[in-house]
Ligand binder design. Structure first.
Ligand SMILES: [Zn+2]
Length: 376
């Protein structure tokens, strides 16, 4: 991964390059950036730059033997830890090593991949992924060995927020006193779910959304689209390159048709239909339920945005935009914040393993009541 393959983030890239050039390499860094802004590709580009045998002023050379191995994520001194779960094939206590081929494929196909993309790749939709204590044992084992070929051994941990407490606690000591010439790059999208003791042992690097003009330029050049379209997509993507990819492919979120039907049934107070939906949806995995609720939150927010600021500020296209224009007026300012509060509460309850039938029936009836109140 070259820095040049990542849109924008000029300041961050310069900062990382200057630390590598001056040898001021911190042994543990936390790259924090929301989905699609490039925290993971920046981490890998930084790792590649540190071990490049012919560093250029603004990027890795891309040609030395180290760079060629980094290109395939196959360098023996580059290690990955990512959230995993058991699958039909991999049972017992899975670790990243069990999925390393899938991981290399997923990252090289799209370095801006989201957690959902990774779940799709693993085909484990019905389970929650995690980084377990066995993984921490693996990390310690791997880092106790000498670097094979390069100056630095580098451990990239993606989605460190998925690391459970036992695994985090086991990692603390090595994070505080890592073996010589070892570098941890922890990558996260949500720093609230990380143990404070982990954060306090790392140097935080906040990665901001990709700047609009830089994103537009990149889209125009790389995807060969007209300047006006590139500008529009860059605006709608809000600094997330993953979002820009979705918009380019006109992917409508898979949650959309389900959400639209749910809202129609709530609005029409179709209790029988809601019961049937809840029965089925309760059998989906927790990740799918959470993803649905987060999607619902996003659309309701866009409805409120539409009411206050008009169509120009709505970050949706196609059918989703049409829906927001039709449904938005029903999400009045008296009920909009209450629907949002209900959806947030439901997200928390899914996390805590609440009974999904009770939970989704309850929120369906509440939203139905709120919509009824608003239409009076
Ligand atoms: Zn190189």
């Amino acid at each position: 991964m070259l820095f040049g393959q990542i849109p924008g983030q000029t300041e961050i890239k310069q900062h990382l390059i200057s630390t590598a050039q001056s040898g001021r390499i911190s042994h543990a860094r936390l790259f924090f950036g929301v989905e699609g802004v490039g925290a993971l590709p920046l981490a890998v580009a930084y790792a590649q730059y540190i071990n490049c045998e012919n560093k250029q002023p603004t990027d890795s050379c891309g040609q030395c033997s180290s760079c060629l191995k980094f290109e395939k994520l196959a360098h023996p001194d580059l290690h990955f830890v990512v959230p995993v779960a058991t699958t039909k094939k991999i049972t017992g206590k899975p670790t990243t090593d069990d999925f390393i081929t899938e991981w290399r494929e997923a990252f090289t196909t799209n370095p801006f991949l989201s957690l959902d993309d990774w779940l799709d790749k693993l085909d484990i939709e019905n389970k929650q992924v995690a980084i377990n204590v066995e993984e921490s044992q693996n990390i310690i084992k791997k880092l106790s060995l000498r670097a094979y070929e390069s100056e630095y051994k580098i451990m990239v941990v993606w989605m460190i927020e998925k690391m459970n407490a036992a695994a985090s606690n086991k990692l603390l000591k090595i994070l505080e006193e890592p073996p010589d010439k070892t570098l941890f790059i922890l990558v996260c999208e949500n720093s609230d779910s990380i143990l404070p003791t982990i954060i306090s042992r790392t140097q935080l690097l906040k990665i901001k959304p990709i700047e609009g003009a830089e994103m537009a330029q990149y889209l125009e050049f790389l995807h060969n689209i007209p300047a006006a379209q590139a500008k529009n997509i860059a605006f709608l993507a809000g600094g997330s390159y993953r979002e820009a990819q979705r918009l380019l492919n006109q992917e409508t979120d898979a949650n959309f048709p389900v959400f639209r039907q749910w809202m129609r049934d709530c609005y029409g107070n179709k209790v029988q239909s809601l019961y049937t939906w809840v029965e089925g949806f309760a059998k989906e995995g927790r990740e799918a339920q959470k993803s649905f609720l987060i999607y619902a939150l996003g659309v309701i927010r866009e409805c409120i945005m539409y009411n206050y600021l008009g169509e120009d500020k709505v970050k949706l296209t196609g059918e989703e935009l049409t829906f927001v224009k039709q449904f938005g007026p029903f999400v009045t300012n008296s009920i909009g914040p209450r629907i949002i509060a209900e959806l947030n509460r439901a997200c928390e309850h899914v996390e805590r393993n609440a009974n999904p039938k009770v939970l989704f029936l309850d929120i369906s009836l509440t939203v139905s009541d709120l919509l009824k109140q608003a239409s009076k």
